[in-house]
Every structure is written in C-alpha cells, then in structure tokens.
Design a protein. Structure first.
Length: 233
C-alpha cells in the first residue's frame, strides 16, 4: 500500500474499522491509552482554568470527549472526518452538551476565538497538511487557549525501540489489527503513519511557529507516545 494522508482515504478507512476501533486500541496499548487520557484531564484540572467550550478534534469514537466531561464544559464539539466514528461518539457520550460535526481540520466551521481547549488524542499524525491545521486550531482558540495533544510520534532513533516492541509494533499489530478489523490495510497504515510523522520536538517547533508556546511535554511510553500541552500566544 502506498502511504497517503489523503482525507478521503483516511475518512473511509476509519469508517471501515469503526466497529472494532475501541477494542483494538485498548488491547494493543495494554489499556494504557485510557490512563493517558485520564492523566491529561487531571493535568488540565490542575491548571484551575474554565473550559466552557471544548473542541475534541479528530474525536473518533469519543474516548477523549468522555473524559472532557470532568472539566464541566458548557459545550463539547466532537469533530471528525469519519461519520461512522461520530455515530459511535454520539452513543458513547449521550449528553446534550456534546455536538458531533463532520468536518476536516483544515477548514473548521467555527468563528475565531471561540474555544478554551482543543484536545486531539491519536489523530494529529493523520492530518494531511499539519501546518495549515495548526494555524486553523490557533484561529479558533481563545487567547491563552490550550491545545493538548496525545500522540505516537516518530522516535528520534531506532535505538529507542526495544527489539521485542519493534517486532510487536511493526509485525504483530498490523497482522492482528487487520485480521480483527477485517481491513486489508488499516493497521499497516497505523505503523506507516508513525514512521512518516514528526519526532515530538519537531512537532513542538512547528506548533511554536504557528503561534503556540509549550507548557508541558510528557513521555508516556518508550519515546514514542507523548502528551504535549501548548498555549496560544
């Protein structure tokens, strides 16, 4: 499969794997992805801010949005390019403050300066034009608004990978994921998307060029999964 981040391709892929997406994500991460989201929200609470309007971008099935309810927002907007993921999102967060919108990250259907927080969990590496997306996120955040990203970043060196984990990630995950999801390519794409993404420090530099300031960076796992918290300048 030729690697691509074309939004039509990515949207169709997530539509196809939506029925098994949560189960596989939790299993393949050893259920650590749940803990990373909880830790993110615990940190956001510690900042003693008001999060009246939250953008859950690349929201998928709503696991991050569900945690965002602890921030007591007035509204959450769950935005994704996969309609099937948004259907699951609606079932998972059966709350009238959560609004599902099918849109892409390059053209957000919101006015300037309308969100206090934008959260993205395991989605930003799929954005086709990252620089444009970061500028668009900057546009819709309030002054001093927060961008919180949890993501699998490209390791700075293969030496960061334990050999057994490298085998698990590059060989077993694609085979298991494709088999369970009945996809011919989705979990090959997963591995390729990490390999074709930026190292975390390069991502932070790009975000800084788009008008953000880093306030927190946490290595969650093996130099590959990080939580990055930035504030709009």
């Amino acid at each position: 499969m030729k690697f691509t981040k074309n939004r039509q391709f990515v949207g169709k892929m997530f539509d196809e794997i939506s029925p098994t997406y949560d189960t596989l994500n939790h299993f393949m991460s050893g259920f650590q992805d749940i803990r990373w989201r909880k830790k993110a929200v615990k940190y956001l609470l510690s900042l003693n801010r008001l999060y009246k309007n939250i953008l859950d971008l690349a929201s998928g099935s709503g696991d991050f949005g569900k945690e965002f309810l602890k921030l007591k927002p007035r509204r959450i907007y769950s935005v994704d390019i996969s309609l099937e993921m948004l259907k699951i999102n609606r079932q998972k967060i059966n709350n009238n403050i959560n609004h599902q919108i099918k849109a892409d990250s390059e053209n957000l259907p919101f006015v300037n300066n309308c969100f206090d927080l934008c959260g993205i969990a395991f989605g930003i590496r799929n954005f086709e034009n990252l620089d444009k997306c970061l500028k668009e996120i900057h546009r819709v955040l309030n002054d001093n608004g927060i961008l919180f990203v949890i993501e699998m970043f490209k390791p700075h060196s293969d030496r960061l990978f334990d050999k057994s984990f490298k085998f698990y990630f590059e060989k077993l995950i694609p085979k298991l994921g494709n088999s369970v999801s009945k996809s011919k390519y989705a979990y090959d794409y997963l591995c390729d998307s990490v390999d074709n993404f930026l190292p975390v420090d390069n991502f932070i530099s790009l975000a800084q060029d788009s008008g953000f300031t880093l306030i927190r960076k946490v290595n969650n796992f093996s130099g590959i999964v990080y939580s990055v918290c930035l504030v709009k300048e």
